[in-house]
Design a protein around this ligand. Structure first.
Ligand SMILES: Cc1ncc(COP(=O)(O)O)c(C=O)c1O
Length: 353
């Protein structure tokens, strides 16, 4: 089976090693491992392999679901992969709201027919009517990422409710990747709490600053979860033991961790706002730690701009990876000193032209 290169991951792989400042990272800077007990005792498989029942219980509660409607996974990425392979067949159809994180579009495209519904700048508003027009009798999934990567747009609760009704009426599922949701000051209820025809995925990489744990989850009705668990026997079998041990502590202490990370995000968003205003660039005020900005004058594309900035050791993400060659994405979740130095070096590139 052919699959397109994951353009953003390949870009990171090519440049992350040589550059010293990653302003392309989409999550909040890592927490120190020393804040957690990292010794789980034994290093066997996680039993049961769908994840620790107490963790599943804790996660389920936030979605108004049962623990059996949660599957713990290796990151949100695996949760998405398992859900798509569980739910989509070659004769199905999926509607994917774009721009979005590439795997949310590319994996469905490897399986079935996909119609994309574009969010348009400058507000990246999601049109329920446009999604409704894209739905067909064979539509199985409506795929949304909320808050959205790369735009930072957090679609309102009413929009998600309307999409839920649409999916439900079409005997489809509303699928929502909510990995950035906990970075919102006041997160809406998650999609999977809207009813049985909604599916949520999320994890600890972005809002918690724990990407190296590779810990995530899928929340859906029992039938979907059991089928996805069946697929997981062929991918990673169980979550990693050490990760689950730390994840359990992070979830217990999430109020403290999230308060710290949100304050960090708000402070950094202001720094990026000043930068964007100083250079008269267009942005949409984001939820999360990504912002999707128009390129400065004098550069022919987002890629050309990102390549110029790379010369100074700073990695940004070209907008072409999200279908917008006239933009670039800044991830501003990194440590403050690194963000400041990164922005200074970008300004240096702009001033030298
Ligand atoms: C929308 C979205 N979903 C999933 C992922 C991957 O998350 P994880 O590290 O939890 O696998 C990313 C990473 O950038 C993302 O932006």
């Amino acid at each position: 089976m052919q699959i397109d290169d994951f353009a953003l991951e390949r870009w990171f792989a090519a440049h992350e090693h040589d550059a010293d400042l990653m302003l392309a990272e989409s999550g909040v800077r890592s927490l120190e491992s020393g804040r957690f007990d990292t010794d789980p005792g034994e290093l066997g498989y996680v039993i049961p392999t769908n994840g620790d029942p107490e963790i599943r219980e804790r996660i389920a509660a936030r979605y108004d679901r049962d623990a059996d409607e949660v599957l713990c996974t290796c990151g949100t990425q695996e949760a998405n992969f398992l859900a798509f392979h569980t739910l989509l067949e070659p004769d199905d159809h999926a509607v994917v709201v774009t721009p979005t994180y590439q795997s949310l579009r590319t994996i469905p495209e490897t399986i079935c027919d996909v119609t994309t519904v574009e969010l348009e700048p400058p507000t990246w508003e999601l049109s329920v009517d446009a999604v409704s027009e894209a739905v067909r009798p064979e539509t199985e999934l409506i795929v949304v990422n909320n808050p959205n990567n790369p735009t930072g747009r957090y679609h309102p609760r009413e929009t998600l409710e309307a999409l839920y009704d649409l999916a439900s009426d079409a005997d489809a599922y509303l699928f929502c990747d909510e990995v950035y949701r906990k970075l919102a000051e006041q997160p809406h209820p998650p999609a999977a709490s809207l009813g049985p025809r909604a599916i949520s995925t999320a994890g600890l990489s972005k809002a918690y600053g724990l990407a190296g744990l590779r810990f995530g989850w899928l929340v859906a009705d029992r039938e979907v979860i059991d089928a996805a668990w069946n697929w997981k026997d062929y991918t990673t079998i169980s979550p990693p033991t050490i990760s689950q041990h730390v994840a359990s502590q992070a979830l217990e202490r999430e109020d403290e961790i999230l308060a710290e990370n949100r304050a960090h995000a708000v402070d950094h968003r202001e720094r990026v706002r000043e930068f964007v205003d100083r250079h008269d660039l267009e942005w949409y005020e984001p939820v999360g730690v990504n912002v999707f900005v128009t390129i400065p004058e004098g550069f022919e594309s987002g890629r050309a701009f990102c390549e110029a900035v790379l010369e100074e050791g700073v990695v940004l993400a070209p907008g072409e990876f999200f279908g917008h060659p006239d933009r670039f994405r800044i991830g501003f979740g990194l440590p403050t000193g690194e963000l400041e130095t990164g922005l200074e070096r970008i300004e240096g590139v702009l001033e030298s032209r």
